[in-house]
Design a binder for this molecule. Structure first.
Ligand code: NAP
Length: 306
């Protein structure tokens, strides 16, 4: 068999990738984890995590990410900062194309996660000037100000509650009259005096000269339009898979999430998937780490027979 640089390469250092790396390092595989930004993935923009078992008081997303990184590196995982451009999966030896070089590996785990969906309401123009996807990063800029949060899922509701620690008022705009978020989060948001719900409504645009001054909202039942005076607009309307580098090389569902079996095997032998980028019924830190562990052990078995 021709030479390879690694037994296993993992793409993405969120909870799924770091767990896969931890298990692979302990299995004494020659493994490399590639991450284009800071290790941690989406939990880095999560202020507080209280449903990850083992931390009864909860902990910040940053702290959990750091603990996972330290634990994996302690077991021998090598993490490199690099962005994957494309993959060549047409032969047994897989090629991972980076900006300045290619890496050859026997197996691959894709744990590249997901990113917040945009709405097309001026995100590019107002990014950093009032529009944000990250309360942990930007909430302190809105101390005693009014902000709008968009969405009805776990992220929107949890982060809207976090925003109330800084903002004097948070309008939560949701396109239906019922939230999708977990009940405990709903209870907390509904009981929070600083949150005003704007039901059955969508945001159609924002305006302002130096930053945001108004957020345009339309009621989808009555077609009534109004402008909420606010300085910030936080968008949490779901996620898209981070799969630009795949270019059709692995089978995905209609939304681009990678399809796998219970062993995290994708449509390509030797290629596994873990975490939010997988077509999965539940996206939690706890399910991501489970995926990561299974993917690493599956890759280990594959490499044994390579
Ligand atoms: P999500 O669960 O997909 O919810 C997206 C929300 O945005 C939905 O309420 C949806 O409305 C709304 N929406 C979608 N497209 C829209 C549009 N074009 N205009 C207006 N509203 C729109 O996404 P998420 O909240 O980002 O969560 C992603 C995953 O991470 C989920 O699996 C979630 O459970 C998980 N997560 C968990 C926690 C936690 O456990 N504490 C925290 C954060 C995230 P509809 O309801 O009408 O579809």
């Amino acid at each position: 068999m021709a030479d390879t640089d690694y037994d296993l390469v993992i793409i993405g250092a969120g909870p799924a990738g770091l767990t896969a790396g931890l298990y692979a390092a302990r299995a004494r595989l020659n493994v490399l984890l590639l991450e284009k930004a800071a290790p941690g993935g989406q939990i880095l923009i999560t202020d507080w995590i209280e449903n990850y078992p083992g931390f009864p008081e909860g902990l910040s997303g940053y702290d959990l990410a750091e603990k996972m990184r330290v634990q994996a590196e302690k077991q021998g995982l090598k993490i490199e900062t690099a962005e994957v451009h494309s993959l060549n999966l047409s032969s047994d030896i897989k090629e991972i194309v980076l900006k300045d070089r290619s890496i050859r590996t026997k197996s691959l785990i894709i744990a590249s996660g997901a990113s917040p969906k945009k709405l097309g309401i001026g995100e590019d123009k107002y990014m950093g000037k009032g529009i944000s996807f990250c309360a942990t990063c930007d909430a302190p800029f809105f101390k005693e100000k009014t902000v709008v949060a968009i969405g009805g899922g776990d992220t929107a509701v949890q982060e809207a509650i976090y925003l109330t620690k800084f903002a004097k008022k948070v309008y939560l705009v949701h396109r239906r009259d019922e939230l999708r978020a977990t009940k405990i989060l709903q209870e907390r948001a509904l009981a929070n005096d600083k949150i005003e719900f704007v039901w059955d409504s969508v945001v159609t645009g924002v305006d302002g000269f130096f930053g945001i001054e108004g957020v345009h909202v339309k009621n989808v039942k009555t077609n009534e339009e109004k402008t909420i005076k606010a300085n910030g607009c936080f968008i949490w309307v779901g996620i898209l898979p981070n799969t630009e580098f795949l270019k059709g090389s692995v089978k995905t569902d209609e939304f681009g999430f990678i399809i796998a079996d219970t062993k995290m095997k994708t449509s390509v032998p030797g290629v596994y998937v873990a975490g939010d980028v997988r077509d999965t019924p539940l996206r939690q830190v706890s399910t991501a780490v489970g995926d990561g562990a299974i993917a690493a052990i599956s890759a280990e078995h594959y490499i044994e027979n390579f």
